[in-house]
Design a protein around this ligand. Sequence first.
Ligand code: TYD
Ligand code: MG
Length: 466
Amino acid sequence: MAKRSTTFVCQSCGAVTAKWAGRCESCGEWNSIVEEQTGGGIGGGPSRGSTTRGRVIELVGLEGDAKEPLRIQSKVAELDRVTGGGFVRGSALLVGGDPGIGKSTLLIQAAAALADLGHKTVYISGEEAIGQVRLRAERLGLAKSPVALAAETSVEDILATLQADKPPALVILDSVQTLWTDKVDSPPGTVTQVRASAQAMVRYAKKTGSTLVLVGHVTKDGQIAGPRVVEHMVDAVLYFEGDGAHQYRILRSVKNRFGATDEIGVFEMTGAGLQQVANPSALFLGERSTNSPGAAVFAGLEGSRPLLIEIQALVAPSPLGTPRRAVIGWDSARLSMILAVLEARCGIRFSQHDVYLNVAGGLRINEPGADLAVAAALVSSLSGLALPANCVYFGEVSLSGAIRPVAQAQSRLKEAEKLGFDKAFCPQGNLKDKALTDLTANGLEELGDFIAKISAQAGRTESDGS
Ligand code: TYD
Ligand code: MG
């Protein structure tokens, strides 16, 4: 019989300590440490006596046979893109996201899509009763799909059920926080339970070749065990994001052992469930006002996919000694840097002005390639002159004011052309390779140069208009 012991586990990061403390030393979270009983054997395979000798394993070279993993495609293109071309057999995925963002909706739609294609699909809900899941399926028009459904939280029961029959192609567990196993004594939802349950399920998937999808909540206050501890166990981690104010949702892969990360799938939450958005640029540019100062279209890149996004700036005289800088959807340190470069290298002063910057549509951009579009929006707002509506901007600005090349300029230009733009400002370094588009691309080397060009252009548009 394994010895029981008491440990203190941080419910936010999973760190184990011998004593209780008000604050976790490892992640800094307050009030997250909970006493847990651990039986032996969590995470263990069958325990061997310490005197047994290990088996000798064969070591091989890097070169040799390697098969492409077998995949099952859901034919939901946006989902397949994010998984790297379909769910890999025998792999485990974690789909994380805020409560209410649409994880259950996405997965029931994926389950139905696979079931309709003839794959055996099991959906186990630990959060909702069968009736609730059925109601949702009916609302989504999926009630006829041959998905096998259960409402259950006990890992032993789930495993017994799955093992009684041919292994399914896809098993969805919604959510990992509700699972519990007899093997450990901690209450459901604690890190120890979540870890032990997830591990048992992942082992099942690896052994049988089923694809396992675990749903996990991310809560701000760390009340329920975060799925962070599970992230290390699974092969892929997808985040489903979006905010309540906007109807679109983004599925983003942050870890993928079988495909590229940073890939995104865009969906729109409608009355009839999640619809794929095949052309997200059109969505993000949808409500653009073309002739107001302070707006610039950034030709960005999310994963391998080009995306056009509107950057909005408002520069207004400040009554405060220390003017305000507020940023939504971009890095505020990066904004300070662009302001400093504009001031030091181009002589444009913002020190008497409040600066507000917003990425339209509620999207978050992490790319430094947005520097040029931000600079354009700032200068346009300060001068009160609108930028031409048919033009896109991209390029990284260095502290010296030089404009540096960015990745995949061609696909950005092509996306802009596809959406009816006919001009682009981009780094000169990106124009070395022959342009394949009909777009007029203006190559730039210096920020000062760029400011002079757009000022002249904006002025011209102004005089044309009046
Ligand atoms: P849900 O999938 O239950 O979220 P999660 O599993 O991530 O907690 O979806 C919750 C929200 O989605 C809910 O507020 C209602 C909305 N929704 C729609 O707008 N349309 C629909 O067709 C469905 C099923 C849900
Ligand atoms: Mg749910």
